[in-house]
Design a protein around this ligand. Sequence first.
Ligand code: PMP
Length: 419
Amino acid sequence: TDAIDTPEKLPENPAPVAPGRDLMSKFDGLITERQALLDSGVTDPFAIVMEQVKSPTEAVIAGRDTILLGTYNYMGMTFDPDVIAAGHAALDQFGSGTNGSRMLNGTFQDHIEVEQALRDFYGVSGAIVFSTGYMANLGMISTLAGKGEYVILDADSHASIYDGCKQGNAEIVRFRHNDVTDLDKRLGRLPAEAGKLVVLEGVYSMLGDIAPLKEMVAVAKKHGCMVLVDEAHSMGFFGPNGRGVYEDQGLEDQVDFVVGTFSKSVGTVGGFCISSHPKFEAIRLACRPYIFTASLPPSVVATATASIRKLMTAHEKRARLWDNARRVHGGLKAMGFRLGTEKPDSAIVAVILEDQEQAVVMWQALLDNGLYVNMARPPATPAGTFLLRCSLCAEHTPEQIERVIGMFRAAGQAIGVIR
Ligand code: PMP
C-alpha cells in the first residue's frame, strides 16, 4: 500500500496504541511487580551477572568474590583441563559452528563421538543428542505419544516436560507428586489398549527430593505403559555407574527412555535421550525439535564427550559431592532452617522461606556476604513456596562449606528466620 511504500506519510506523532491492542500490555502486572521489588532496594535476583568465573565454585558478582552455591555444576567439570583442551581442539579443527540441522549438514565427527560416549556411559544401544535438555523433553514426549495416546506426568514436573505435552497431540493426565497410589488410580481409568507414556524425574529440582521410582515403574508396567525418566539432576553421582536414580534403584531393564542434559554434571550445554529400544533411531526421522534446529557447535560436543568419559570413573568426586550435600543439609537443619527434604536425598538443598519478602531479604543478605544461591518462586516452585536453593559441587572445599554454613547462620539470625 501507499502507507508502506512512502513512510514519510506516516504521522509524526502517532497516537499511543489502544491498550486493548498493545500485545505487550499483558506484561504490565509483571513489570509493576518487578519495579516494586527493585524500589525496595534489593538487587534483582533474576539479573545476576557473573563478571568473572574463577572456578566451578567461585565467581565475581557485583565486583565481589562470591561462593557459587546455586549452579548445577554438580561434578565441577567446567574447568577440567581435559574438557577444556577437547573444546579447544574441536574449535581449531572444525570451526565455531555447524550451520545446520543434524539431519542435513550438522552432524560432525564430534556428534557421533558424543553419542558413542553416552552409549558407553549408560550401557545402552541408542543415544540421540539434542541442542538442550529442554528440547530433548520437548522432542521425546511430543514424538513418542501421539493422537489417541496418553502422557501421564507428575504434577511437579519440569516446565520442559509440560511443554513437551503441549507440543504433542496426546491426552495429558497428571498425578499427585510422587504419589504411587494416585498414579495407579489414574492409570486404571485409562483405556487398556491405548499407548501410554509415564514421565517421571529421578530428582525433582525444586525441593531436591527423589522419586520412588521402583514403585512407580512397577505400577506403570502393571498398566502396560512405557516409562521415560528425566535424570537431569542425578547424572554422575547416583547409582554404581552414575547413571541416575533409576540405576540406583535397580531399574535399568525397566525404564524405556532416559532424558538427560549436558548443562549440569557434564558442565556444558546440550540434551539427550538414551534407550535400548530396537527402533530408537527412528526418532531422528520424526522428531521436530531434533530436525528443525541447528546442531550444537563441535567444541560444545567435544567438551561433553571428554566430560562424560571422565564421569565414568569419577568415584572420588562423587564421594566428595555427597559429603558436601550431607554437611550443608545437616548444618542448616541443625540450625533450624526448614528444608525441602528430611534427609540429604540429592545434591540440592532447598531452604523454604515464609514469603517472597523474607526470601528476597535473605537472598540479598547472603549475596552481600559473598554467597550466591538460587532464588526460586512460583510458578517454578511447588505449592506456592519461596525457596533459596543450594546446589552442591564436588569441588566445594571443606573451608567453603564451613563459610556457607556460617553465612546462613548470620543471615538467618539477623532476619529472624532462625533463632
Ligand atoms: N529437565 C529438568 C528436570 C531440568 O531441571 C532441566 C533444567 N533445569 C531440564 C530438563 C532442561 O535442561 P537444559 O538446561 O539442558 O535445557
